[in-house]
Every structure is written in C-alpha cells, then in structure tokens.
Design a protein around this ligand. Structure first.
Ligand code: ATP
Ligand code: MG
Ligand code: MG
Ligand code: MG
Length: 480
C-alpha cells in the first residue's frame, strides 16, 4: 500500500482521534521565550513541558511537530548527509498521556496497532527494545514493558533489553523515565539481536517514554507520583517504510527537492540514493539544509551571527558552498531551489506559504553576501599567506577566517593547497572546541528541578483539523 505523505499524516490523526486524543497543531520551531536557551524545538514534547509537572488533569493529545536538531542536547547537524535517516529538520509524530490518561499497555498497543493494523507494516520486520535496568542508580529492568510486548504478540527473540538508549532524560535534571523503542528492519528475515546499531538497513522509528520519574540536581532519581507517556516517531522514517523505500530521502517529501537540485547542477548530476557516495551525501545535505532553513525562517528565524540565526546561516552557507564546489551549482543558483522546497511544505504548513516571498528574498541576499564574503576572505588569506614562507597556515588563522568571514575550513584548505601549503587542522579543531565550550556554557538547557518551579499550565489551545483538497486546516476549538 502506497501512502502519500499527506495520506500518512491523515491516517495518524484519524487513528489517534479514534482513540480519544485531541489533535494539537505543531508549535513553532523557534521555542518560546521561557524555554531559555533551547535553540530550536527538538521534540514533540517541548510544547507540553509545562503540563508534565504542573497539572493533574488526565489528557490525551496527538500531534505532528516540526523539529530541528542542530544544536544543544540533540545535535544531528554533522550527521546529515552521511546516513539515510537523519535530517536536521524532521517532523515528529507523537501522542501523549498526561496524568495516567492511558496506561503503558495501551501506549504500546496503540503504537503497534497503528503500525501493523492500520498501516499494514509486516510485524516480522519490527523489533522492540525496552529498558534493561541500571543497578547503580537503583533503576530496575522494566519487566512490565517486556511482558506487555509479549502479550501483544511480539516473539521474545525480538524484544531486546537496552540500557543507556532506553532511559530517557529531558536534561541533567528534571522528568525522566524508562522508554521502549520500535525498530524496523528494512531487509527482513534476520535475527533481531544481530541488528543493533548495524547500519542504514535498520531504523529506530518510534520512541515511547514512560515518564514516571524525576531526577534532582544531586543526581538522585525519585518517583514523580503520577505517570505521563511521551511518544515520538520520525515522520519521514515511517514514510520511507510505508512507501517501501530505503531512505527518508527517497520519499515523496524529498523527491521533488532532489530532482530540482539535479537540474541546477551544470552536468545534470543525478541523485542515486547511495549511502557511500560523496556526491549523494551532498545532495542530501543541500536538500536538508535548505529545507530546514526555509522552515526556520518561516517561523521567524533570521540568519545572523548568534543563537538559532547562526545555525540557520551556517546551514545556508554550507549548502551554497557544497552545492557549488561538489555539485557544480552556479554561485547564485541555489536560491532557485527555494520555491520547490516551499511547494513541498505549503500544503502542510500554511505559514511557509505566507512567508514565501520573505524566505526567497532572504536566501537571495544571503547567497550574494556569502560569495562576496568568500572573495573578501580569499584576499585576506592571500595577503598573509604569500608573505609567510612557512609551509603551513596556522589553525588559528583558518579559524579566524571562519569566525570572522564564515569561510569554511574546506575552502581555506583548498586555497592553501593552491599555494602548496597545508592548514594546521589540529589547531583549527582546538580553536573550534574552545569556542564550542564557551557557547555550550552559555546554552546549557536549564531546567527547574521541582514541580513548583515549572510554569503553570494556562489552558493550551485545542484544535480540530480537517483535510480538504490536499490541504490541512486547523481550527481552534472553544475551550469549556
Ligand atoms: P537516533 O538514535 O536515530 O538518532 P533518537 O533516539 O535520537 O534517534 P528520539 O529522541 O528518540 O531520537 O526521537 C524520537 C524519534 O524521532 C526517533 O525514534 C526517530 O524516528 C525520529 N528522529 C530522531 N532524530 C531524527 C532525525 N535527525 N531525523 C529524522 N528523524 C529523527
Ligand atoms: Mg539521535
Ligand atoms: Mg536512538
Ligand atoms: Mg530514541
């Protein structure tokens, strides 16, 4: 059964609506002020944080959340392109039980039924992991969870105990708890225990967190006194499974984007979907980064020198540079990709359509600015480099060019090579680490430890959704 991305979204909302969940709209990828220094929304649960410790009313909620993982606790920025199932911008499908609105058993059963009964995914391709316990923290193995999966009908050899990956924590302190994850084997017919961390042929699709604990600032873990369940599933990963593709990038959310990139290359290069090809990796990187920047800008981010604007600028510059140097896209050509990216998102996120002119203009401006900067930095580089007799360019100089002009290390290396010189990359890395440490200090995810410190929950807006003419519409439901 082939599901378009729009059909898959609808089936998810319909299923959880039938299980009495309220459908909540995606929050912005730019977190609310009171989220402190979290750069981008990185999980579906972000917008529900206030509900976790401060409310007592049972509630069932489901949504599909725009997420960007390009900084802070979850940072996939440097993995994108290299594998077939990480993006910086992805959508997370999720459903929640607040205050025992449903049980652990039901949470697992909902997930399984949606995948197997509704979507018709071959259950023999699925395996599950559960929390195996950490003795020294006094955290027992989650036997209950193991039993739940057995009762659902998952054979014992496909239920594996995981340790570190299956104890979920929001931050150094705060709510936490054991979790259970559903994984999909893209090949099939293999022994589940041989598949752990194997390669791109297996993907983690759904994480179900049983949030029943809280960790205080001394590191001790207590019972929260009530149970919440927080689940998150990678939308593009699920889409690749139902569309029977080997990669997120082969689904209908990416196909038009990759085709357009191909048409922008001088030699009409094609995307072949290979994990080991350098060229394909650049296709993926450019597709992802332009998409992520588009979403971030439509939610109000502006490329600049600090915070999330810095990340957006970094992603844009990376795609300009790699698109040009690795794929032969014209210096001022990548902006032409933006309308295609917008067209793949606008039926789902009307804010993207609303700000399409702004997004396109910002891209054009950044692209022009970037190449001017590169040329200026090149001049700067030449001045010092020609005078200096040494055969190496100092890492600090390379780092300064990077910091001041945004000149990527790869360009500096190339310029050095043209002069028969090398860049001290080790020193560059040291400078980068130093700078990272400084910025990490400034951006640690600060969390109140006690329930009373959490902001109180002012009634969340409730939405109903409708799907007409290939477009989503959310409307506010008056709260009683
Ligand atoms: P992974 O181990 O693959 O990096 P994760 O354990 O970091 O994933 P979670 O924090 O458990 O991810 O998020 C819930 C779900 O969101 C994952 O099971 C996965 O399906 C999806 N997901 C996470 N990161 C990404 C990403 N960078 N791109 C696409 N989907 C993602
Ligand atoms: Mg991850
Ligand atoms: Mg994981
Ligand atoms: Mg996970």
């Amino acid at each position: 059964t082939y599901h378009s991305h729009l059909e898959l979204r609808k089936s998810f909302f319909d299923f959880f609506q039938s299980k009495k969940h309220e459908i909540v709209k995606s929050a912005s990828v730019i977190p609310l002020e009171n989220d402190g220094s979290l750069l981008f929304t990185n999980a579906g649960m972000n917008q529900f944080k206030p509900l976790i410790l401060s409310s007592t009313e049972p509630r069932r909620v489901a949504n599909i959340q725009k997420c960007i993982r390009a900084g802070g606790k979850h940072n996939d920025l440097d993995d994108v392109g290299k594998d077939l199932h990480h993006q910086t911008f992805f959508e997370m499908m999720g459903n929640w039980s607040f205050n025992d609105a449903f049980s652990k058993e039901e949470a697992c059963k909902f997930a399984w039924d949606y995948l197997v009964e509704v979507l018709g995914i071959d259950s023999e391709r699925l395996y599950v992991s559960y929390f195996g316990g950490i003795e020294k923290l006094g955290l027992p193995e989650d036997r209950e969870c193991k039993e739940i999966w057995k009762n659902i009908g998952v054979p014992s050899h496909r239920i594996l105990p995981f340790v570190a990956e299956n104890f979920w924590e929001m931050g150094a302190a705060g709510p936490c708890g054991p979790c259970t994850e559903i994984h999909y084997d893209r090949i099939g017919g293999r022994d589940a225990s041989s598949l752990v961390n194997i390669d791109d042929s297996v993907v983690e699709i759904w994480n179900i967190v049983f949030m029943s604990n809280v960790r205080d600032s001394s590191g001790k873990i207590y019972n929260l006194g009530r149970n919440h369940i927080d689940t998150g599933m990678g939308f593009e990963r699920l889409l690749s499974v139902v569309q029977n593709k080997n990669s997120n990038f082969d689904t209908d959310v990416f196909i038009p984007i990759l085709a357009k990139i191909s048409s922008l290359t001088k030699k009409n290069l094609k995307y072949n979907g290979s994990v080991s090809s350098r060229e394909d990796a650049v296709f993926r990187l450019v597709a992802d980064h332009v998409r992520a920047s588009t979403i971030a800008i439509s939610d109000g981010a502006i490329p600049d020198g600090t915070g999330n604007g810095f990340i957006v600028r970094k992603m844009m510059r990376r795609s300009f540079l790699q698109g040009n140097s690795k794929l032969g896209i014209d210096r001022f050509g990548l902006s032409d990709l933006v309308p295609t990216v917008i067209s793949t998102l606008k039926n789902v996120y009307s804010e993207v359509e609303k700000s399409s002119d702004k997004i396109i203009n910002i891209f054009k401006e950044e692209e022009t600015q970037f190449w001017k900067t590169v040329d200026k930095a090149k001049k700067m580089f030449d001045v010092g480099a020609n005078e200096n007799k040494s055969s190496t360019i100092s890492g600090r100089k390379a780092f300064n060019l990077f910091e001041t002009y945004g000149l990527p290390l790869s360009v500096t290396i190339e310029m050095a090579r043209n002069l028969g010189k090398e860049v001290d990359e080790k020193e560059f890395e040291r400078c980068q680490l130093e700078a990272q440490k400084l910025s990490q200090k400034a951006s640690q995810f600060k969390l109140p430890v006690f329930a009373k410190d959490f902001p109180t929950h002012s009634d969340k807006e409730k939405y109903s959704y409708s799907f007409e003419n290939g477009r989503y519409a959310f409307s506010k439901v008056p709260t009683t």
